[in-house]
Design a protein around this ligand. Structure first.
Ligand code: GLP
Length: 264
């Protein structure tokens, strides 16, 4: 079941998302939080950092598991997702270093890295709340559209459209790594609760498919329809193709913005 909450704009989306996370961080101890990168959750991290700075939040008992990383980039590379996470979030809060998990982009033994990442999530007791962004082609983490989807953490060849979309963060398209390591859709679907964020008209088509489309591997985000507890917070631009048409859908309930207050 998907609950779709429409936000007025990017700032509103970030604030609504932070409200939900703050409530889970306060109520679930310890909390296993799955985290995403990309431009979409930057505002969410900013809100959480502000709450922490104001003394309203404690990350002492929070463990994090990031979705993915580019193959070949070290944590010191400003384009790596590890660098991103420290820059936008971890450096500003009191999370314990040993509670942070990000798949490495450079390694000697691929299978060991995969097994260790899977094991770390299992040992922690699974993910309580998984934050997701969405690619314009419906990818989740780096689970790209294709004939099949992987259950576990795996190495993936990035689609040309993903390389193109993500090249905006690099000096040029050739610098974007061609491969990534990502949590599999199976592990993502095992999370007890999922929060997907979407902002901007570039995501409108993928978002419409996510909530209304046929569940299929060529749009990985459609799999979320069969998860029991998914919330999507999308701004008006990202939801313009669906917001007025989904009230009667079996898979998705549309909440007015105010209903989000219940998570506060
Ligand atoms: C990358 C990440 C995804 C993210 C997507 C969208 O490919 N691997 O986890 O959801 O980009 O990014 P953005 O939020 O910048 O649009």
């Amino acid at each position: 079941m998907i609950q779709l909450i429409i936000a007025n704009n990017y700032e509103d989306m970030s604030k609504k998302a932070s409200k939900l996370l703050i409530s889970r961080i306060k109520d679930t101890i310890p909390l296993n939080l799955g985290l995403a990168t990309g431009s979409t959750p930057v505002g969410l991290y900013k809100e959480l950092v502000t709450e922490y700075a104001n003394g309203n939040l404690d990350f002492e008992h929070t463990r994090t598991f990031n979705l993915d990383e580019y193959i070949g980039l070290s944590p010191y590379n400003p384009n790596s997702y590890s660098y991103y996470m420290w820059k936008h979030f971890f450096s500003h809060i009191n999370i314990r270093k040993e509670n942070i998990h990000i798949p490495p982009g450079i390694f000697a033994n691929e299978q060991k890295v995969i097994d260790d990442y899977e094991e770390a999530i299992v040992q922690a007791g699974g993910i309580d709340l998984q934050v997701l962004g969405i690619g314009a082609n419906g990818h989740i983490g780096f689970n790209e559209p294709g004939e099949s989807l992987s259950v576990s953490t795996h190495i993936v060849e990035l689609k040309s459209e993903t390389i193109k979309a993500n090249s905006r963060f690099f000096e040029n398209k050739d610098e974007v790594p061609k491969k990534a390591i990502t949590m599999g859709m199976g592990k993502i679907m095992e999370a007890k609760e999922i929060l997907l964020l979407a902002s901007g008209k570039e995501k409108a088509k993928a978002l419409a498919q996510t909530v209304k489309g046929i569940v299929e591997t060529h749009c990985p985000s459609t799999i979320l329809q069969i998860h029991p507890n998914v919330k999507i917070i999308a701004d008006k631009e990202a939801s313009f193709l669906i917001a007025d048409r989904i009230r009667a859908s079996n898979n998705c309930i549309l909440f007015s913005s105010d209903r989000m207050e219940q998570y506060g």
